[in-house]
Design a protein around this ligand. Structure first.
Ligand code: SAM
Ligand code: SF4
Length: 570
């Protein structure tokens, strides 16, 4: 279906961002073009998230808006991809016939075929258009969902893992100097989840946990590095549980298939299956570090607090290009609530892990402090004031650089939804959420302040929020200056792509005539810095540069190019 123009909008986590990138690459290769403006598109795709109700509501409202548009443009094809498609299934089309395509996260390799069929079906619906049954109110109904197969046995999942082909077919084009914002990339190592935390939809929408063959991951990293990528973030719901056992791998049509991990009782400090025929998570990190030297920064998210072995910490300590950053959600500070959540660890074990990780990796004296972030759910069913105070204490003790704090959102299909009444009143959830945020902001400000005076290596990602807003204002005033692309995908300055806006809108007094860029440290701290001349900006984006930290806010650090580097960049 070459020649069609696609608009794709992504909701939710990094895994969804990667899925959108892979799907877009596949459609580009088939001749589709892309637009950042939904009104210019023939095909509108929403890649959705179901983790909290709020994320779903945004999609419902987008679909509601498209109903009117489809009356004016009945050939428009609308697709819902990802977790909402998988969770709601064909009920979604019944409720919103504006939707033509449903494609679950485990079936994304089938999207081109579905779109092709949807375009043809819409054409025949248009041919049959009548006032009694307008084409605009009829769905082309192309559906690919895992449904009841989403929790297949390990062997079946492996034998039928066509999704691996989508990752393998990733189109990686060389990054030229105009596109330096693309020098950071995600690489999936594990799909799905087997943890079944009682509040979470992921095991139902993304299916059973499978681990990709290490060689596929390393080859993907090499291709990205050859194209100019210098930062890779490995993705999985529980990355530290990655393990690939070579003796047990299944090969289909010459391609080694992803593998369901062997289950074990847990509580170990080193992968119990480590050995010559197994690639553990520690082995994988070490291999990427050694075999792909072009990757200057290697990160991974998300880590599961249980079974994070010393073997991984040692590899992180001994391999300088692996970032000193861990994202390890705690969810609650109450052992009673953790048990009802089915998290599989106690607060004591969680804190022991943070202490152990810091003892291996916290080295501010060599400019490499360990930064840790966490997640919490406020107002989980049955959470009492005492439980919540324990969570406050854990957050204070953990000293995260930042924390993602969510009000509990009951999700149909989960155990908590079915068995536990959502009994914490909304205003209590809100107030607990606010208290956690306030406490975290104070800790973040404290950690930021401790960085002042240090020179930190910063991966420069693009224009700051302030700079973006300034450019948008200038455009509104008709100055004719170039402006950032809408849709939050990429930023351009004088025709050069400057990457993605990332940092929260924390401001600092503006010096006239300067341009403000943003980036991240090894420990994932956000840094904003001014350049004296706007012309230099494009040369800085996509590089790792030393920045002297001169002041700090709660959410970001402010700095200036370290003197030697500033001179050499000129
Ligand atoms: N796999 C990661 C882990 O377990 O640590 C987290 C992945 S989950 C998709 C991202 C975050 O969403 C979780 O850490 C949790 O804090 C939050 N979350 C998941 N389900 C939720 C729910 N029903 N209500 C509120 N927050 C939820
Ligand atoms: Fe969801 Fe728990 Fe799996 Fe994380 S580990 S994705 S919270 S079920």
């Amino acid at each position: 279906m070459s020649g069609r123009t696609v608009y794709i909008e992504t909701f939710g986590c990094q895994m969804n961002e990667l899925d959108s990138e892979l799907v877009s690459g596949q459609l580009l290769a088939l001749g589709y073009t892309f637009t950042t403006s939904p009104v210019k598109a023939d095909v509108v795709l929403y890649n959705t998230c179901s983790v909290r109700e709020h994320a779903e509501q945004k999609v419902w409202s987008r679909l509601g808006e498209l109903r009117l548009r489809k009356q004016l443009q009945p050939a428009l094809v609308v697709g819902v991809l990802g977790c909402m498609a998988e969770r709601d299934g064909v009920d979604l089309i019944r409720r919103m016939p504006v939707v033509d395509v449903l494609c679950g996260p485990g079936e994304l390799d089938k999207l081109p075929g579905l779109l092709d069929n949807a375009v043809r079906t819409r054409e025949s619906l248009l041919a049959e258009d009548s006032p009694f049954e307008p084409a605009s109110e009829r769905s082309a109904s192309q559906v690919a969902l895992q449904g009841s197969t989403s929790r297949r046995s390990g062997t079946l999942a492996a034998a039928a893992d066509s999704l691996e082909l989508l990752d393998l077919s990733r189109s990686v084009s060389p990054i030229d100097s105009d596109e330096r914002g693309r020098r950071s990339a995600y690489v999936r190592i594990t799909r799905g989840c087997n943890k079944f935390c009682t509040y979470c939809v992921v095991p139902f929408t993304r299916g059973a946990e499978v681990h990709r063959p290490p060689q596929h991951i390393i080859d993907e990293c090499k291709r990205l590095a050859d194209a100019g990528v210098i930062e890779v973030t490995l993705l999985g719901q529980t990355v530290n549980h990655y393990r690939f056992e070579h003796g047990a791998s299944v090969v289909v049509d010459g391609i080694t298939q992803p593998q369901k991990g062997r289950s074990y009782t847990g509580g170990h400090r080193r992968d119990p299956f480590a050995g010559e025929t197994t690639t553990t998570f520690a082995d994988l990190l070490a291999r990427i570090h050694e075999e792909v030297p072009g990757i200057q920064r290697l990160r991974f998210v998300t880590s599961y607090p249980r079974d994070f072995g010393d073997d991984v910490l040692e590899v992180m300590r001994d391999h300088p290009r692996i970032c000193r950053y861990l994202h390890v959600p705690a969810q609650s500070g109450s052992d009673r609530i953790l048990k009802v959540m089915n998290r599989g660890y106690t607060t004591g074990e969680y804190l022991e892990f943070l202490d152990r990780a810091r003892s291996y990796l916290h080295q501010p004296e060599i400019g490499r402090p360990l930064m840790i972030s966490g997640d919490f759910i406020a107002g989980f069913p049955g959470e009492t004031d005492e439980d919540f105070e324990l969570t406050m204490r854990l957050l204070e003790r953990a000293r995260y650089k930042n924390a993602f704090i969510f009000k509990y959102s009951p999700r149909p299909g989960t155990i908590a939804f079915d068995k536990l009444p959502d009994d914490v009143p909304e205003e209590v959830k809100r107030s607990r959420n606010g208290r956690l945020l306030d406490a975290q902001n104070a800790i973040s400000a404290n950690i930021s302040a401790a960085q002042v005076g240090l020179t930190l290596n910063v991966f420069v990602e693009g224009l700051s929020v302030r700079e973006r807003k300034k450019r948008a204002r200038e455009r509104a005033c008709g100055t004719g200056l170039p402006t950032p692309a809408s849709g939050g995908v990429s930023l351009t300055l004088r025709g050069k792509s400057l990457g993605v806006e990332v940092e929260p809108a924390e401001t600092q007094p503006e010096s006239p005539g300067t341009i403000q860029l943003c980036g991240r440290t090894d420990g994932d701290l956000i840094v904003l810095f001014d350049l004296p001349e706007a012309d230099q900006a494009a040369d800085w984006v996509g590089r790792i540069a030393p920045i002297l930290i001169t002041s700090a806010g709660a959410l970001s650090l402010f700095g200036e190019p370290a003197p030697a580097h500033a001179a050499s960049a000129r």
